[in-house]
Structure formats: C-alpha cells, structure tokens
Design a protein around this ligand. Structure first.
Ligand code: IMP
Ligand code: ZN
Length: 351
C-alpha cells in the first residue's frame, strides 16, 4: 500500500461523527435507481447522471437545489423515505461513521397521503431498524426550509418537540437550511427561539453565500445563539461576525467538497477550514450531501489532511473533538469517547 492509499485507509478506519447530513442529498445513485424502479421511471434512466456532481466538476449553487427537487419528487411515499434512510445509514456506517446526525425537511405530499408526521415516523422507523444491524448511533434533526412559511416552520418545531419525547431522544434538534439566496432568516427567529425554549438544539446554515456576510439576518441568527453553525463560509469576511462566533465558541460544521463543488469556495486550499482550524476554533468535518456531491466523510478527512497538511494524530484529534459538539447527551458522549479510545492505539500504530 503506498502512502496515499495508506492515508485513505486510515481515514476510512478512523471512527467518525457526521453532524451535517441532509437525507435527500445523501442518497447515492444506487438508491436513486431503486426509487426510480419503484416509481416506474427506470427504463429510460430519466435522471441518471443528473443527480450528482462528479469528481473535478463544479456547478453553481442553484444546481444542487435543482437536484434535491428531483430526489424529493422520487421519494414521495413513506416506503421510499424508509428505504432511503436505511440505505444512507448503512453507507455512513460502512464508511466508519459511528455517530450520525441526519437532518431532513418533513414534507406533506397530498397525492400519496404522506404527511409531515408520517414522514418523520418513516425516518424514525428506519433508524430503529438499523439500530441493531448497523454499528452507528443515529440522531435526527428536523429541518426548516427558508422557502417555507413561518407557520410551517412552527409546525416543524412542534413536530420535533412531540417526537423528541416519543422517540426517546432520537429527535434532538432543528436545522435551518434551504437556498440561501431565498428569504430572510430573521423571519424564523421567533420559531427558533421557541425551539430553544423547549430544549431543542439548533444547527443553522449561516452566511453560506457572500451577500450574507453583510446581511442583517446573519448577526441576528448568531445572537440566538445557535448550538452549531452550518458552513459559515463568509463569517470571517466580516470581523464583527467572526468575533461573535469566536467569543461564543460556536462550533462550525465544515463541508469542503460541498462548498468547492457548489462554487461558494474557489478551491480546497482556500476553504475557511484553514482560518478557523488555525485559530483552534471548534471545527467539525462533515459531508452535507454525500450523494449529490459524490463524497464520503472519510474522503473529507483525507482531503483535509492532503490540503492542510494534517497528520494522522491531527485527524484523530479532529474526529475525537467532534464528539463534544454532537447533540448527544453526556452519557452517550462518554460512551462515544470510550468507543473512540478503544480503537486509538491500534489505528495510530498501523502505517
Ligand atoms: P431533505 O431535507 O432531506 O429533503 O434534504 C434536502 C434539503 O436539504 C434541500 O431541499 C435543502 O433545503 C437542504 N440542503 C441540502 N444541502 C444544502 C446546502 O448546502 N445549503 C442549504 N440547504 C441545503
Ligand atoms: Zn447543509
């Protein structure tokens, strides 16, 4: 095995926590083909090759949102949601992810009878099915799409509140995502405060595009404050915002390939990981949409090592420190640390 292969193998075997993974964006081509068969659109491969952005390719940020829509249209029944959740969990587990926080936007599809509740139940049921089969602990965040009304967003928070109890703690929080060029995040602040008041954690996409470095919503959302920030790509372009994030020590979910392929970051070397990591700010490597962007979490660790010169012990520390930023309770965090430590020596000794 040469050095490059050795590093890739190390990253695959490294126990990892994935904290920023959208369900629809995480499905791979194989699952999409199964969804097409179910819907009877397989013979002409209507969407094949059209649902991911391959190696070396980049597309404008609007493109992933067109792809999410295709995948969402293919997954409009409870059965489809169950199947794609199972597939995504198995794939993360096979990649060495030992703790996974999935996030997804509950959908109402009148023509198939799927409701936001049955959508969430299908995901929870797949999580339960995978519990004994896959070597990964899974938690769920319910997502608010910026395109939605404040009323829909409030219903999502109520659903999360209800299922946090009914799922015995599998539902842990709320995500704010969706096309960053659409809407004003400030509209959702009362809803997000309500989520905080009922004990739900907040992981918010903030400053994903350059306009948001100066948009009033960015400071307003950071003031909540969220428990974690997704991307935060342009936060360090504004010293006041960067100081808020640094002072409150808000962990950042950083998705290298997603940002490069969606062209919000010009190249891996220019990724804001470097800015924050060099300042010892809490950073967690994540995939965002592993299916759409054709990546894996181990590939993101490998890319970080290759681009920023991280050693194997650095990668270990990065992965181990991500446990502190999960939305798991203290007991589970402790179990995860034991799990990680049980693999440490063997992993770091192998060349
Ligand atoms: P779903 O919520 O499981 O259907 O996953 C797809 C949804 O996640 C999309 O419709 C977006 O709302 C959201 N999403 C996925 N990736 C991104 C991103 O990079 N930025 C903002 N929103 C995203
Ligand atoms: Zn995201």
């Amino acid at each position: 095995m040469d050095e490059a292969e050795g590093l890739a193998e190390f990253c695959r075997r490294l126990p990892k926590a994935e904290l920023h993974a959208h369900l629809s964006g995480s499905v791979t081509e194989a699952t999409i083909q199964k969804l097409q068969v179910k819907k009877g659109v397989a013979p002409d491969h209507a969407h094949q090759g059209d649902t991911s952005i391959g190696k070396g390719e980049t597309r404008q940020l609007q493109e992933p949102f067109r792809i999410f829509k295709i995948i969402q249209e293919l997954s409009d029944t409870e059965e489809a949601i169950f199947m794609m959740t199972e597939d995504v969990i198995s794939e993360f587990a096979a990649d060495g992810v030992r703790y996974l926080e999935l996030r997804s936007t509950p959908r109402h599809v009148p023509h198939t009878g799927m409701t936001p509740s049955s959508y969430v139940e299908s995901i929870l049921s797949a999580i339960q099915t995978c519990k004994d089969r896959e070597d990964v602990v899974v938690r769920l965040l319910l997502a608010i799409d910026r395109r939605q009304s404040v009323e829909t967003a409030m219903n999502t928070v109520r659903l999360a509140q209800e299922y946090a109890l009914r799922s015995h703690g599998v539902v842990v929080g709320i995500d704010l995502s969706g096309n960053p060029a659409v809407g004003d995040g400030r509209d959702f602040i009362p809803v997000l405060k309500e989520a905080q008041n009922c004990g739900l954690k907040l992981a918010l996409h903030i400053a994903e595009i350059s306009q948001q470095a100066t948009a009033p919503e960015t400071g307003a959302l950071l003031l909540l404050p969220p428990d974690r920030v997704g991307h935060g790509t342009f936060i360090h372009h504004n010293p006041d915002l960067a100081a808020m994030v640094a002072d409150k020590n808000i962990p950042l979910e950083l998705c290298l390939t997603s940002n490069v392929k969606a062209q919000t970051v010009a190249s891996y070397g220019e990724h804001h990981f470097q800015h924050w990591y060099s300042r010892k700010h809490p950073c967690v490597l994540c995939t965002d949409d592993k299916g759409v962007f054709c990546t894996t979490l181990s590939e993101e660790y490998r890319l970080a090592a290759e681009t920023f010169g991280l050693s194997r012990p650095d990668l270990w520390d990065l992965s181990f420190s991500s446990i502190a930023h999960t939305f798991a309770g203290e007991d589970l965090k402790q179990q995860l640390r034991l799990r990680w430590n049980s693999e440490k020596n063997k992993l770091l000794q192998t060349r």
